[in-house]
Design a protein around this ligand. Structure first.
Ligand code: ZN
Length: 198
């Protein structure tokens, strides 16, 4: 044990020496997207990756995996709705030939079939670029025309389906397109959430 006066002298000398401060770095780089964040941030401002607690990375990857699974499911719904619209367009244009072959003068039905065929083809095509708006438009058109019974008549005139079957076909079609609309909406949300700047 040193005498007290030596300790006091040492402390005095220490206090006279220039102070070296060990500062934490001012920025911290994200291990996932390499975005530079403030050093006291817990999560990356760009991608949400944990910056301090690295054991949270598992949770991050689980979440990412889950979002990708949702995205795939939503994209499948959109794809099915698009295929159904293409099939309907083809089905209606084939139906027109069938009517002419029979020699019937159902001008109204033919006119509606041409209109729907063109419309479904256009909406199916448009759904590649803007799935939400295109499929929502298709859904609204379908529900309006189903409500005024025109679409049901159209389906019935091209098939041997009776009243109930025609109605069931209409409902099935509405459900498929509605699922497509939901899928398109989810795609937008998930993509917005997962968006990573490069
Ligand atoms: Zn990041």
């Amino acid at each position: 044990m040193l005498p007290a006066k030596y300790i006091l002298a040492a402390q005095k000398i220490n206090s006279l020496l220039p102070k070296i401060e060990y500062k934490k770095p001012r920025a911290i780089m994200c291990g996932h997207c390499y975005n530079v964040n403030e050093n006291d941030y817990a999560f990356c401002t760009n991608c949400g990756y944990p910056l301090q607690n690295i054991h949270l990375a598992d949770a991050y990857h689980n979440r990412l995996q889950q979002r990708n699974k949702f995205l795939l499911r939503a994209e499948t719904s959109v794809l099915i709705a698009r295929i159904v619209l293409y099939v309907m367009a083809a089905f209606l244009s084939l139906g027109i030939l069938f009517i002419f072959a029979k020699g019937n003068q159902k001008y109204f039905i033919v006119m509606m079939a041409v209109l729907f065929s063109g419309l479904f083809f256009f909406l199916a095509f448009w759904s590649r670029k803007n799935p939400f708006t295109a499929l929502l438009t298709a859904f609204i058109i379908l529900i309006v025309f189903s409500a005024i019974n025109i679409f049901e008549k159209l389906v019935q005139s091209f098939t041997t389906a009776g009243g109930i079957t025609g109605m069931l076909l209409c409902i099935a079609l509405l459900i498929v397109v509605m699922k497509g609309v939901q899928g398109a909406y989810r795609i937008n949300l998930i993509k917005e959430e997962l968006q990573i700047k490069t």
